[in-house]
Design a binder for this molecule. Structure first.
Ligand SMILES: [Fe+2]
Ligand SMILES: [Fe+2]
Length: 313
């Protein structure tokens, strides 16, 4: 795909060839000039793709040829995304109900469809490429969830469900919705998901691993670019309407971001080995912190965030 080809209309086959940084640039451009909610909706209409279209045959052959130890490592990273997509699908509906303006609600309904599609994409990949299928989606995810660390489970399962329940019970209480969008769009999507996605897609691209998965996961990243820009714009607008909401965003970031950043970091016991391999154990969390900082700046917040060690020289 030529470098000038607009990502706007790129097909799955073209997205498969697109470096993830080009997709992430859409967000940076969106932060410079925030689009309207309606423009984000129209983007969604133009950026449709089909989970059913992807051929996982080459992915399956690569998976079957992989040594068990490498399978275990790959499964760990992929499982958090699969479970994460299910969690965000199941918790977004109350947000749509609670949105104060119609154009915000219309956008959030498109996001709900996106998250459902992402879950279907992962379910197909797990079944057809990795051979993981326990009958129903719930049964499969009960098994997949075992591969997640405690902190991932806290953010993706406990915290997302807790805030969604509060929004459902009191949809008119704006502090719940503002806390919810901070957790969902800023911490889960802009901080955890984008950094993990960038890391995974860059490694797989270098290894020429899982071509079918890479096509779909790059389409997922393009969808996430709309979700993240929506979240930043919504929080900025809510603070402009009511300054008191800035404190809600601040407190939610202070509460959830340190756990989210630890959740995507290396296990303490793996650090010496990663350093011995000449790699940077903190590349993903460092990118996550930088990503969050940029979004907070546009939201209008200046706050201290956790730091990770500098890259090894
Ligand atoms: Fe998603
Ligand atoms: Fe999303």
């Amino acid at each position: 795909m030529s470098i000038d080809m607009p990502l706007e209309s790129a097909s799955l086959a073209q997205l498969q060839q697109t470096p993830i940084d080009r997709v992430l640039n859409i967000i940076d451009e969106g932060l410079v000039q925030l689009p309207t909610y309606q423009e984000l909706y129209y983007r969604w209409e133009r950026q449709q793709w089909r989970a059913q279209e992807i051929d996982f045959t080459p992915d399956r052959a690569q998976w079957e040829a992989m040594p068990p130890e490498e399978q275990r490592i790959r499964l760990f990273g992929l499982s958090a995304f699969f479970k994460g997509e299910e969690c965000v699908t199941n918790t977004l509906a109350p947000y749509a109900t609670a949105m104060p303006d119609d154009d915000m609600r219309i956008f959030v309904t498109t996001q709900l469809v996106d998250e459902a599609r992402h879950t279907v994409f992962f379910a197909r990949f797990f079944k057809e490429a990795l051979g993981v299928d326990h009958g129903s989606l719930e049964a499969t995810l009960d098994v997949v969830e075992q591969n997640m660390n405690e902190k991932l489970r806290y953010i993706l399962v406990d915290a997302l469900n807790d805030v969604a329940d509060r929004i459902r019970r009191e949809p008119g209480k704006m502090t719940h919705l503002v806390e919810g969008v901070t957790l969902y769009h800023l911490v889960v999507e802009a901080t955890m998901a984008l950094s993990g996605q960038k890391n995974m897609l860059e490694i797989y691209r270098k290894m020429d691993l899982f071509p079918g998965f890479r096509a779909g996961f790059t389409a997922v990243a393009r969808d996430e670019s709309r979700h993240v820009i929506f979240g930043v714009k919504f929080l900025r607008d809510m603070i402009q309407r009511d300054r008191a909401q800035a404190e809600v965003v601040h407190d939610a970031v202070a509460r959830y971001a340190p756990i989210a950043i630890e959740a995507i970091g290396p296990r303490q016991e793996d650090v010496p080995q990663i350093l011995a391999n000449g790699q940077d154990p903190w590349g993903t969390p460092r990118y996550a912190i930088e990503s969050l900082k940029k979004k907070l700046k546009v939201v209008g917040l200046n706050m201290n965030l956790p730091a990770v060690p500098a890259p090894p020289s």
